[in-house]
Structure formats: C-alpha cells, structure tokens
Design a protein around this ligand. Sequence first.
Ligand SMILES: C[S@@+](CC[C@H](N)C(=O)[O-])C[C@H]1O[C@@H](n2cnc3c(N)ncnc32)[C@H](O)[C@@H]1O
Length: 312
Amino acid sequence: MLGPPRRRRPAPPAATPSAEVAERAVAPRAALGLPPGAVPGQSGRPAGEDGRPRVVPEEFERPSSARVYDYLLGGAAHGAVDRRLGDELTRTSGDVVTLARENRAFLRRAVRFLLAAGIDQFLDLGSGVPTMGNVHEVVARSRSAARVAYTDVDSIAAAHGQALLADVPTASYSTADVADVDAVLSAPGVRGLLDLRRPVGLLAFSVLQHVRDDAAGLVERYVARLAPGSALAVSHFTADDGRATAHVERLTARYAHSAPRPRTRDEVARIVAVTDLVEPGLTWAGEWRPEAGRPPAPTDPRGHWAAVGFVR
Ligand SMILES: C[S@@+](CC[C@H](N)C(=O)[O-])C[C@H]1O[C@@H](n2cnc3c(N)ncnc32)[C@H](O)[C@@H]1O
C-alpha cells in the first residue's frame, strides 16, 4: 500500500522537444543522474529484483520501440539511434507519425471512458515513456485520484518514468516483461500501488504485438488474476490496412527488444474475447468513440485495432 501521503505536486509537464533536451537524451544515464554503476541485466530482460529500473547499457546501442515511439510523438526521451530509425520509418513506411498519434489519442479516450465508468486504478503494460499525454496525465486532467502502475521492459523508458514520476505519489513505474504475469503483478510498483482485490483497468496499448506467441492466452492469465468489474483496453498493431506498414516489420527487427508482430482483426478479436466489449466494439483506433468534431481523416493510416471491454 501507499505510505503516508506525500505533498502532491502536479504531474510533470509533457516534455517539449528542444535540441538541448534531445541531445541530453542521447546520454540518458548522465542526463537522468543515474548512478554510474547502472547494473547491466540480461539484455532485454528486467534487471533487479526490486522492480526499480537498472539501465541496461546495451540498450543504448540499438533503437527501442519505446524511444522511437517517443520520438514520433515529439517527446524528448530518445537518442540518435532512435531518431535515425524514426526518420527511416517516416520516409519509407507512410504516415507513422499519425499512426502513433492516433494510438495515443485512443489511449486518452479509453482512459477517460474507464474513469467515467468508475475505474480508479490502472495497470499499464508496455507503457513507453510516460509523457505526451500518457495515462497519469489523463487522470490528472480529469481531476481524479486514480492510481497508475506503469510497466515496461525498456530500462531506459523506465528510468525516465521513475524520474518523471518521483513526485507523483499516485503513479509508479516498474521494469517488467509483459510476458511474465507474475513478474508484472509482483513488481513493487504494482503490488505497492494497486489493490488487486478491487477492479483494475488493464491497459495494453500497442504492446501485445511484441508478444510473439499466444497473446490471447497471456491476456487470459492477467484477467484471471483481476477482481470482478475489471476492464481491459487494447490497441494492437496490424498490417490489415497495409498503407503504413510496408517496411515496419523489416526496420523494427533492429529493436533492442522483440520486434512487433502485426495481427489481423480476427486474431485481435480473440485477444479481447475475455470481455464484453462496449460500443463500438473492435474497431480502428481512430474510430473508437472519436471526439465530437475530430473524426479521423479518410486518408489517415489505420495501424491499430482497438477495443475496450469489461471482464466477464
Ligand atoms: C509502441 S510503444 C506503446 C507505448 C504505450 N503503451 C502507448 O500505446 O502509448 C510499445 C511499448 O511496448 C514496450 N514493450 C516491448 N516489448 C515489451 C515486453 N516484452 N514487455 C513489456 N513492454 C514491452 C516497448 O518498450 C514500448 O514502450
């Protein structure tokens, strides 16, 4: 559980891209004031038993999904290697920036919906860097005291996350592989913040494509550990539309962690089959309850299937 309440400060503002900050992000260890003895872990695996991020030095050498995505969204937590891949994706694979923005906009609408439905604690799998309108920022803007436990396998995203959330007592960031249900649920940042005897909003935005095997079975194992009344929100990278994904698979094979495996609508339907979906069901991310006056443009790439449901 949480310790005594700390003085609540507003969530850190979304990072603004500036040349200076972006260059600092090239050497995030120093920029974040992380200890020089950052503990290397097995590459791509969480390091440290306490769930606190230990930066894995090898991760600096290869682009990562979390940091390339942050770059596409206009954040500052990325390095030169990520920018190079982000630029290559933009050049060769269509409008991946719109695709990333559309996914993050779905995240915001889904979280607002779940808050309005009474969900007041969230477990976010594969969170990425928690800026540019991520979950705790939506919670803060909704003037809610909901708790948010972020998790990601990327040690650098996690280090940024912990630094950004140091003064946000209602949010935590743990390093854990989404494929390891026990590791995620027992991470101190999750166990110490969320009460799994009460409903939880399980969030899996654009992460399950990194689970190459049985993603539906994995989600079932999470859901089995959640209390009645819990909810699931999923967006999943797909090649069904084809326009934005021509070279994505080839280029992202360089990621420090697992490369994405796009799934078809039917495959994603099996992942969310453990829930009763709310309207409009499983749809393109941009078409899930779009804000009035802000429907997706017909020319927008459609790169993610999306759905929100309540666990049966
Ligand atoms: C495209 S980003 C999505 C970030 C955020 N969920 C969103 O939708 O805005 C994919 C995220 O999945 C994370 N990821 C990849 N493989 C993972 C794994 N095995 N376990 C946990 N996170 C993973 C990446 O580090 C990255 O942050």
